[in-house]
Design a protein around this ligand. Structure first.
Ligand code: ATP
Length: 254
């Protein structure tokens, strides 16, 4: 059995007068330490699947297991979530924001953890500052530090780079990739950016139009996986894979 297993998951949203089938019969397995991406047409259920993997919603059918434990209703599993917006609390200092999760979980922690993580993400000495004093890219780096502080078993990244300018986005991709390797984390990235998926992942799952199913899985060649996301974009194997995924995605959208 793999580290993260999505077994036979389907999901339908019900409202008073409509039923929306978001996902249909999803099976996938992710190994510990692996980095995978979900891409697919808009509305195909990627965020729904992340919410199911996070244990935030119960799927209509099927189950998700992390480290052999069922996720839904499991309070022991810590799963990190990084979103497009950083959701830092403006009235709390950077340090308070980083240790908040640990406090909420009642986990014992080292008083220097915020400083150490801030140093790791390249932002030393900003513990006492407030979120409003930082740029968008810096705030996302603090969000990364906050996510890592609770030592999550899995990190779920829902378009965390998409609100940033191009240069900040490339820098943050490199940093996230480096940090996740250093901390041996398993991660899932949802993105609309094929290049980002190739540059950051070991494998890419392409979803079909709603109701989302796994249409195709792409292995990223090893020579790209060993590079930083920035370097990966200029490797000779990058462009052929980009074209292949692009064509497949186009065929799904028409
Ligand atoms: N809470 C909800 N209630 C009803 N329908 C929902 C709800 N959340 C999502 N949906 C619908 O389920 C489908 C899948 O949505 P989801 O956000 O998972 O897709 P997505 O692939 O992440 O989309 P995008 O790429 O545009 O972010 C969409 O048709 C959406 O409108």
């Amino acid at each position: 059995m793999g580290f993260l297993v999505v077994e036979n998951v389907s999901h339908t949203y019900f409202s008073k007068d409509a039923a929306t089938e978001a996902l249909q019969d999803i099976h996938l397995t992710i190994e510990a330490g692996e980095f995978v991406s979900f891409i697919g047409p808009s509305g195909c259920g990627k965020t729904t699947l992340l919410s199911i993997i996070a244990g935030l919603i119960s799927p209509t059918t099927g189950n998700v297991y992390i480290d052999n434990q069922k996720v839904y209703g499991n309070k022991e599993l810590s799963i990190g979530y990084m979103l497009q917006q950083d959701y830092l609390f403006p009235w709390k200092t950077i340090e308070e924001n980083i240790i908040l999760g640990l406090k909420l979980l009642n986990k014992p922690f080292d008083g220097k953890i915020a400083s150490k993580l801030l140093e790791d993400v390249g932002l030393p000495s900003i513990e006492k500052k407030y979120p409003r004093e930082l740029s968008g890219g810096m705030r996302q780096r603090v969000a990364l530090a906050r996510t890592l502080a609770v030592d999550p078993k899995v990190l779920l990244l829902d378009e965390p780079f998409s609100a940033l300018d191009y240069q900040s986005k490339l820098k943050l991709e490199d940093l996230v990739s480096k940090m996740l390797k250093a901390y041996s984390k398993t991660a899932i990235l949802v993105t609309h950016d094929i290049g980002e998926a190739i540059a950051m992942s070991d494998r890419i799952f392409l979803f079909s139009k709603r109701p989302g199913r796994i249409h195709q899985t792409f292995e990223v060649p090893e020579e790209i996986r060993n590079l930083t996301p920035f370097e990966a974009r200029s490797h000779s194997s990058y462009s052929p894979l980009f074209q292949e995924i692009w064509k497949e995605l186009e065929s799904l959208e028409h």
